[in-house]
Design a protein around this ligand. Structure first.
Ligand SMILES: [Zn+2]
Ligand SMILES: [Zn+2]
Length: 236
């Protein structure tokens, strides 16, 4: 459903770390470039707003986000397709609360993009609470395992930057290879595409050729911008 003439994976000012421009500015830029569609996937909030304000919109912002994009979708009909989505981590805790089901049941939200930026720990903390050494050792395993649960949950339409979980590892080893193969396998099984992320390419060690060599021909691959600034809007 994502065409290669679409601009996929665009954030908005609401997440706290993107350019302070109205959503319309991204659409106008996309039109200028001759794109067929634009997919907004801003960072999804969680009830209770446990996570840092600088990382995502507030839970109370969500209705406004959807409403604003709905109006723009209508306004731009016939010129460009405006799609409404959210990028979110998968957390067992919020699944048990019924949150993903609730998001899925919202007919205005067309796309849930699985972006596993952190993982839950059994003691209720999150992976970012671990020390530096432990993160080097375990981050990709924790994120990879939870990402696979997300893929299997059936709530998601695509996986954002799956290779980014390996960012803290310099040398590609057998265990990382096994994790990559698992992610690719379960994505294929679930019939959802894996995203090659333009923003990852700009950060050392975020984009892993080792991963994409394994995925080639084994899973569906899409390309996403992960745009947080107008200047990152481009056809790829
Ligand atoms: Zn972001
Ligand atoms: Zn993103």
């Amino acid at each position: 459903m994502i065409s290669n003439q679409d601009l996929f994976h665009v954030h908005t000012f609401r997440c706290g770390h993107a350019e302070e421009v109205p959503d319309r500015a991204y659409i106008e830029k996309a039109l200028e470039l001759g794109a067929k569609g634009i997919w907004f996937t801003d960072h999804c909030p969680f009830p209770g707003d446990h996570f840092m304000r600088a990382h995502r919109m507030l839970y109370s912002d969500l209705p406004e986000y959807v409403d604003t994009l709905k109006k723009l979708k209508k306004e731009y009909t016939g010129r460009i397709e405006v799609h409404i989505g959210l990028e979110t981590e998968y957390f067992i805790k919020y699944d048990e609360m019924g949150y993903y089901k609730e998001l899925r049941e919202n007919n205005d939200i067309e796309m849930l993009l699985l972006g596993q930026h952190m993982a839950e720990l059994p003691d209720g903390r999150y992976s970012y609470d671990l020390g530096k050494e432990e993160l080097i050792e375990r981050e990709y395993k924790l994120l990879g395992e939870e990402m696979i649960l997300g893929i299997q949950s059936g709530y998601f339409n695509a996986v954002a930057h799956p290779d980014r979980i390996f960012r803290k590892r310099r040398v590609w080893d057998d265990e990382m290879n096994a994790m990559a193969i698992n992610i690719i396998h379960y994505a294929k099984l679930a019939g959802i595409p894996l995203e090659q992320n333009e923003s990852s390419k700009a950060t050392p060690n975020y984009y892993r050729d080792e991963f994409w060599r394994l995925a080639e021909g084994k899973a569906d691959i899409i390309r996403g911008l992960d745009a947080h600034f107008l200047r990152e809007i481009k056809l790829i």
